[in-house]
Design a protein around this ligand. Structure first.
Ligand SMILES: *Cc1c(COP(=O)(O)O)cnc(C)c1O
Length: 426
């Protein structure tokens, strides 16, 4: 007989051995990295107007492959997507005090990349279905200071780019597309990340494909591409050789990605489609199996969109089932399921924004003469995101596990067991 007593109440747990960790690397990456080490050239960049300004062989090869893969005119590799975002915000010609509208549900690097240029992040609310930036909230937050919209494909589902582009064009704004969580996902016939003025992907260890640390910038705009390359690599020293008249924000950094990372990136890119396809297959199985559980709203995939499930994010209607979310999360964890998370970012509530303390202690850049006064980060400005965070969002972190068929069965069993016993969690 099956022991149906919840593990949290002393019953046997469903998942007795932790799932195998997700690992996108194989012998191909080992070989590729080895060859680079043997060559002795781990990076060939020079931060000056020099033939090596654009890096070495593997950097160029990786960028070329990405160009073909994502079907964009320019690819600029960087040492993290955080670096990529900083370069992007600089390249669009941001001025101190300018505002960029960014969803409150994203990684903290999105708003800090704005602060980095002494500009001001303005937090927009999210759509309750996709959890992406809500176009209506974008419109409400546009001021005479707004310069750009940062759209983030959160959890792997594309943002509503057609509508965002329309808003941007109407108000003469740039669009930065953060597809860190949605590489390989499509919006109509384009890959996510390619529909902004600048977009890109993260290659950090926790993402679908990775190089340890790393990032990929994409753009179809020649001038933006030049600026991105200059910001990546000590641009102030190299700009003379470039035919760029406006040198604003050509404050160069060392955002260069190394040869080993690019060699690994080449192999990872080849695997992206299969990795994403198998992730989608797993998510579809979860959806079809959990579909009938009471009070559980499973991820929605909008028409003409591909969801690549960086995380599998659900909503629990706690009033309908009469059980608190934390009870369910604890019960699932007790059954041995790792990587269950309650709620998400709500970045506007971080201490940095609540106290408006970033550079030094006096409130810069919010209190600078360039910035609009009284930027509002109060609780209540993003009601949809706040409510989802406080009450109903429950996610499975899909980049944690490899999830072979048997594990997938156990994951589904754990959910069903908890749902069969909801009355005991009240
Ligand atoms: C991971 C991530 C980033 C930052 O990428 P790094 O490569 O770690 O710097 C930015 N935005 C989103 C949405 C992310 O998920």
């Amino acid at each position: 007989m099956i022991d149906n007593k919840l593990a949290i109440h002393g019953g046997d747990k469903i998942i007795k051995n932790p799932f195998i960790k997700y690992n996108s690397l194989g012998s191909e990456e080992v070989e590729a990295a080895k060859k680079v080490v043997e060559s002795g050239v781990l990076s060939q960049f020079i931060g000056a107007d020099d033939r090596d300004f654009l890096g070495g062989e593997k950097v160029k090869e990786f960028e070329e492959l990405c160009k073909n893969y994502f079907n964009v005119k320019h690819v600029i590799s960087v040492n993290s997507w955080t670096s990529g975002l900083i370069a992007a915000v600089g390249a669009i010609g941001i001025e101190p005090g300018d505002e960029v509208i960014v969803p409150t549900w994203t990684m903290c690097a999105c708003p800090t990349s704005i602060i980095h240029w002494n500009a001001i992040p303005v937090f927009a609310d999210i759509e309750s279905e996709t959890f992406n930036i809500d176009p209506d909230s974008i419109i409400k937050n546009i001021t005479h200071k707004t310069k750009a919209i940062m759209a983030v494909d959160i959890f792997g589902h594309p943002s509503n780019m057609n509508v965002i582009r329309e808003i941007a064009d109407k108000h003469n704004l740039k669009v930065i597309s953060d597809a860190a969580q949605s590489p390989g996902s499509k919006y109509f016939n384009s890959y996510t990340g390619t529909l902004g003025d600048i977009g890109g992907y993260s290659l950090n260890y926790h993402k679908h494909i990775h190089t340890g640390e790393g990032g990929i910038l994409v753009t179809n705009d020649d001038l933006l591409a030049e600026k991105l390359r200059l910001i990546r690599n000590h641009g102030e020293a190299a700009v003379k050789g470039y035919n760029i008249k406006n040198i604003e924000n050509i404050i160069g950094y060392n955002f260069r990605l190394g040869e080993i990372e690019c060699a690994i990136g080449i192999e990872q890119l080849k695997k992206l489609k299969d990795l994403v396809d198998s992730r989608i297959k797993i998510a579809n199985t979860i959806t079809s199996e959990l579909n009938y559980l009471d009070g559980l709203q499973l991820p929605i995939v909008k028409e003409n969109c591909t969801h690549v499930y960086y995380s599998y994010s659900m909503k629990i209607n706690t009033t309908e089932i009469g059980v608190e979310r934390s009870q369910i999360a604890n019960a699932l964890a007790a059954e041995g399921l790792e990587g269950v998370a309650e709620g998400y970012a709500n970045l506007h509530l971080l201490p940095m924004y609540q106290k408006k303390i970033a550079y030094g202690s006096s409130g810069f850049p919010w209190n600078s003469e360039y910035a609009r006064k009284n930027i509002n980060y109060n609780k209540g400005i993003c009601p949809v995101a706040e409510n989802l965070h406080d009450n109903s969002l429950l996610s499975i972190e899909m980049c944690m596990h490899q999830l072979h068929d048997h594990d997938l069965e156990l994951l589904i069993k754990a959910f069903k067991k908890v749902w069969n016993n909801l009355d005991k969690l009240k």
